[in-house]
Design a protein around this ligand. Structure first.
Ligand code: GDP
Length: 205
């Protein structure tokens, strides 16, 4: 597993509190309750890494996790790699002021973060592409930031239904160059290996 050995580094309320903007990182975003924490835990193989089933609306933070340094390039220098868990606010119970704060901070993060190599967008396969998801995708398309979408909770659908949902969304986002998609489930492990490889590729990009 290329994402093994992830460790909590810090939680931040603002972009400028994140670890130094060096090396490479991949950010995870998703509406509250989409299954982002479960996905992070499944991908890193670390059950307690991100807190799952949090109460929607509670104070949220950006959380940085470090991965073991990878050696790359001719000089074989160690490169710091990180995963960043962005707060999800696409939930009605989150107060408007908090949503506004995070809309601003996520926007700032996506614009200023030079070590950012890509975004993993976690979407409930049964409720795809709500306003929050579209906003994140629009940003990726506009800035050519690669985005990999995990259509999670696929275990809630039959294999056929899941494949159908993926096909429809792929068609819909066919023209969006930096966007890739796959079926995923933290519950039964569907697509975990594929997603690990996708994140590793983003980190190398
Ligand atoms: P987050 O708010 O996006 O971090 O979502 P969580 O990871 O905390 O998950 C929200 C709820 O969805 C929890 O009750 C999880 O157990 C459930 N959940 C997350 N991923 C899956 C999945 O792949 N399949 C199923 N059936 N439930 C899931």
């Amino acid at each position: 597993n290329p994402l093994q050995g992830a460790q909590f580094v810090l939680a931040a309320h603002r972009v400028n509190q994140l670890p130094a903007d060096e090396g490479a990182e991949v950010a995870f975003a998703g509406r509250s309750n989409a299954g982002k924490s479960s996905a992070l835990n499944a991908l890193t193989g670390h059950k307690g890494l991100a807190r799952t089933s949090k109460t929607p609306g509670r104070t949220q933070q950006m959380v940085a996790f470090s991965l073991p340094p990878t050696r790359r390039g001719e000089t074989s220098q160690a490169i710091e790699t990180r995963l960043i868990d962005l707060p999800g606010y696409g939930y009605a119970k989150v107060p408007e002021a908090m949503r506004e704060h995070w809309r601003h901070e996520i926007d700032a993060y996506l614009h200023v973060r030079r070590s950012l190599r890509g975004l993993v967008l976690i979407v409930d396969i049964r409720h795809p592409m709500k306003e929050f998801d579209r906003m994140m995708l629009d940003f990726c398309v506009a800035t050519l930031l690669p985005c990999h979408v995990l259509l999670t909770k696929a275990d809630k659908l039959s294999r056929n239904q899941a494949a159908q949902a993926l096909a429809v969304l792929r068609k819909q986002f066919h023209a969006s160059m930096p966007v890739s998609m796959q079926v995923f489930s933290s519950a039964d492990g569907t697509g975990v290996d594929e997603a690990r490889a996708a994140v590793a590729r983003l980190l190398e990009g």
